[in-house]
Design a binder for this molecule. Structure first.
Ligand SMILES: Nc1nc2c(c(=O)[nH]1)N[C@H]1C(S)=C(S)[C@@H](COP(=O)(O)OP(=O)(O)OC[C@H]3O[C@@H](n4cnc5c(=O)[nH]c(N)nc54)[C@H](O)[C@@H]3O)O[C@H]1N2
Ligand SMILES: Nc1nc2c(c(=O)[nH]1)N[C@H]1C(S)=C(S)[C@@H](COP(=O)(O)OP(=O)(O)OC[C@H]3O[C@@H](n4cnc5c(=O)[nH]c(N)nc54)[C@H](O)[C@@H]3O)O[C@H]1N2
Ligand SMILES: [Mo]
Length: 767
């Protein structure tokens, strides 16, 4: 049998095991279909996934191309769809059989396995159970509570899945009611990008479009795992490599999808062991070591500039661009000159020869793209990570021209779009004057609460009500134990969701669980079936039309739920037309167009543009909306993004996603691409570290927070598992390890929790 192939004795089939994609991912889809007891309608939905006129995948935010593949979805996109279209139901009868206290003992996986929520429910303190209620009762009850509260003591959270239409209504509701407390899952994710990129380039989002990937000569990939989290991105990467583009990866883990990729949609590649090598260089940087690594690359770029200028009187740097378009070059150059290679090697964990090799690719490439994810954003100095990457890219004018740019890979399928249409705690990012005129009211102008701020004020008791538009807030945030205890002190909690999760079990005095339609389902309103829209990572807006039969006749849409609560809370305002908007979502899009005419002109006409319509980006046009009016070189505060000092017995913990989860939704217990099977309760460690720490493979240990703040945080029952990580760096899974992250442990500028650099000790398991 060829290398990488194996026979499955039980199934009598042959599988390719060597690479990401390939037969393994087909098998992953089939297994999910069986587990979710998928109906034939689910397969029809998959066929229409990510096609113009079809529905847009609920999984990641990677762009949907103009000429989609026959099956424009991946293993994990299919899992997300099948998860939504499961035949399982979580009904009022289920809640009658289980108290909320009992359900708190269930695992995340088992809670969601109960299936789709089917009926609006109210929490009954006396019996500790959820009981069914009508939609009217729910809206009236919530409205009554909100009217009695100070708007500024309430938080309206959004997870990044809800459409532009829902998001616009939700943000408008918050402002009409009287607050800007609109944190989003982005506050735990790419908020670092939104703050840092905005500060230095003037635009909070990436500058690339899809065609750039057809032109670039090199891609530098930092801390993002496309094989698991955005598998469709592997297609343009594979195509780029095939035409000679070089991919250089920086990641503490050798992630399979970034090493080799086998296209599960190419019959030829499926039938032969051929696969595309993705990264030509793979640098296992220390967790938090990217600032040093990039500093090393810049040092070599400057050295090559000197040599080339001396020899040929030709520049390596784009000196015209630096002169015309940037500010702060001299200071950056002086800073890089002053850092020694010894420091760089120590802080990055990489050899100078390797960093020079990476820099040579950068120097030799005419056009380069930088891509990154949570490996850069979730650090105490995460903003500095991103600004340092921008520094490198400005040196050769790699921002604002075709085939080049900085391209963060966003998470949730509409997380970028939610910010675009007003879900933001930062009022300066929202056209408040325009809203004031459009709807005849005085919007609040004060800063709203980020996720971390909201948590702080829930702890102090200042926040009295929380509404969650999707997501699993209590599970996704740091510091679980303290947060759960404080949560129940709130007066009102409302969760709008498709499936049961832990956040629904931690309730305020008055609590509602409101089930909604999923994006793949038909959303029928009085004027007919409604489409919704979302924005992907490359700032393209796509329409999405769900066609599957709703999971239950009692479900209503997210826009209808938001409008229902808003109507029950606010005084009538003839300019705020909740009923008309819900009857016809095209009218919501008209309102969005009126608020944002530049980006959303002719919105309704362009909804189903193949490949989406591009919203534009000032930095791509080299218009720098920064304080200096230029793109800014900046200096990092430290040579690493690690928020503390190293010391004996302190480990750098990164909390990771497996290939079998979507955030807090656990599909199963197989991290196939990393070879971790059957459990999520592990500590991944370098074999030499295991030996040096006097531990043994398979030993069960606990991790304890080592944040020096006097709080005891522990997670036990973790099996020591050898894994090729840089020395001193360990890994484990999110959300199980979230209790170890202090709430105060976040990016200094954006307040994104630093989930990739958590200081911990390894201690004995209490058993
Ligand atoms: N199937 C699936 N798809 C998803 C999700 C999911 O859970 N499942 N989640 C969605 C969401 S909301 C998001 S935000 C994205 C997340 O997608 P990613 O941005 O890929 O996030 P993570 O899986 O957390 O992994 C981050 C990567 O960073 C690396 N890393 C950790 N620390 C460092 C560091 O200090 N430096 C460098 N260079 N690398 C580091 C890790 O080894 C890992 O490969 O995916 C989205 N898509
Ligand atoms: N330690 C650690 N913590 C992290 C991270 C990490 O890497 N490490 N990553 C962070 C990141 S990047 C993110 S984005 C957050 C994620 O935080 P969230 O976005 O809050 O969490 P999710 O797990 O995506 O939410 C899952 C729930 O969403 C609901 N849902 C699914 N589809 C729909 C829908 O169509 N409508 C509605 N209304 N509800 C729906 C379901 O009930 C499901 O249980 O977690 C963050 N937390
Ligand atoms: Mo995310």
């Amino acid at each position: 049998m060829a290398k990488g192939w194996e026979t499955d004795e039980q199934e009598g089939t042959v599988h390719y095991t060597g690479t990401e994609g390939g037969w393994g991912s087909v098998r992953g889809i089939v297994e999910t279909a069986l587990r979710e007891r998928a109906r034939p309608a689910a397969l029809d939905t998959l066929r229409r996934q990510n096609k113009p006129g079809g529905f847009m995948c609920v999984s990641c935010a990677w762009t949907k191309p103009k000429n989609p593949h026959t099956f424009e979805f991946c293993e994990n996109g299919a899992k997300a769809t099948l998860w939504e279209l499961t035949a399982r139901r979580c009904t009022p009868e289920f809640f009658a059989d289980h108290t909320v206290t009992e359900l708190k003992g269930w695992k995340d996986y088992d809670l969601e396995q109960t299936g789709r929520l089917t009926h609006p429910m109210r929490y009954d303190q006396a019996t500790d159970k959820y009981v069914p209620c009508s939609w009217d009762e729910a809206f009236a009850g919530i409205g009554r509570e909100l009217k009695a509260l100070d708007p500024k003591s309430t938080v309206f959270y959004a997870s990044g899945r809800a459409s532009l239409e829902t998001s616009y209504l939700y943000a408008l509701f918050a402002r009409l009611y009287g607050h800007n407390n609109l944190p989003d899952s982005s506050n735990m994710c790419h908020e670092t990008t939104s703050v840092a990129l905005k500060e230095v380039t003037g635009s909070p989002v990436g500058t690339c479009v899809l065609s750039d990937f057809e032109l670039c000569d090199a891609i530098f990939f930092f801390g993002q795992n496309p094989g698991t989290n955005s598998p469709r991105l592997l297609h343009p990467l594979q195509e780029a490599v095939k035409r000679g583009c070089k991919i250089v990866t920086f990641n503490p883990i050798r992630e399979k999808g970034l090493e080799v990729f086998k296209n599960p949609q190419s019959p030829k590649e499926m039938l032969t062991p051929a696969a595309t090598e993705i990264s030509c260089q793979y640098h296992q940087v220390k967790t938090g070591g990217d600032i040093a690594a990039i500093t090393g690359m810049m040092k070599h770029v400057f050295a090559r500039e000197e040599q080339r200028w001396a020899a040929e009187k030709v520049h390596v740097l784009d000196v015209d661009f630096i002169e015309q378009h940037t500010d702060g070059f001299e200071a950056l150059k002086a800073h890089v000159d002053a850092v020694s290679w010894d420091e760089i090697e120590r802080e990055s964990g990489l050899a100078r020869a390797d960093l020079k090799a990476a820099a040579d690719v950068y120097v030799d490439a005419k056009r380069s793209i930088a891509m990154y994810g949570m490996g850069l954003t979730q650090h105490v100095h995460g903003s500095d990570n991103i600004k340092q990457l921008v520094n490198l890219f400005l040196l050769k004018g790699n921002i604002g021209r075709d085939g080049a740019g900085v391209s963060p890979v966003r998470g949730h399928s509409n997380v970028q779009g939610q910010r675009t249409v007003g879900i933001s705690e930062k009022p300066e990012l929202v056209p408040l004057d325009k809203l004031a005129e459009q709807f005849g009211f005085e919007p609040p102008r004060d800063q709203g609460l980020t996720t971390v701020h909201a948590c702080e004020k829930i702890l102090t008791g200042e926040v009295k009500a929380f509404i969650g538009l999707g997501g699993n807030f209590v599970r996704a945030i740091p510091e679980h134990e303290r947060m759960e205890a404080a949560w129940t002190k709130m007066r009102l909690t409302v969760q709008i969701a498709t499936k049961l999760n832990r956040s629904h079990l931690i309730n305020g005095e008055v609590a509602y669980l409101l089930p909604c339609l999923g994006r793949s389902e038909e959303d029928m309103q009085v004027t007919g079936a409604q489409a919704v829209t979302m924005e992907d990572s490359l700032s393209c807006i796509h329409g999405s039309l769900g066609r599957a039969a709703p999971a239950s006749p009692d479900l209503i849409s997210e826009p209808a739920i938001v409008a229902g609560i808003a109507k029950a809370t606010l005084a009538p305002n003839p300019k705020v037309r909740w009923d008309d908007w819900i009857a016809d979502y095209a009218l919501i899009r008209d309102a969005i167009e009126e608020t944002y005419p530049e980006q959303f002109h002719d919105f309704n006409k362009r909804v189903f543009t193949p490949g989406g319509f591009y919203r534009g980006n000032s930095a791509r046009d080299r218009v720098w909306k920064t304080k200096s009016g230029k793109a800014d070189f900046t200096l990092p505060k430290k040579l690493n993004s690690w928020g503390t000092e190293d010391k004996e017995g302190r480990w750098r913990l990164m909390t990771l996603r497996s290939n079998d989860q979507f955030n807090t939704t656990i599909y199963g217990y197989s991290d196939r691409l990393r070879g971790v099977e059957g459990t999520r309760d592990v500590v991944l460690m370098n074999p030499d570290d295991i030996a040096a720490a006097g531990l043994k493979e398979g030993q069960v240990v606990a991790l304890a927070s080592d944040a020096d703040d006097g709080t005891d945080r522990r997670v036990g029952g973790l099996t020591v598992t050898p894994f090729l990580l840089p020395r001193g760096c360990i890994g484990g899974y999110y959300p199980e390890l979230n209790p170890l992250i202090p709430l105060s442990w976040h990016d200094e500028e954006s307040k994104t929790p630093a989930a990739k650099g958590v200081p911990v000790r390894i201690v004995a398991d209490a058993g």
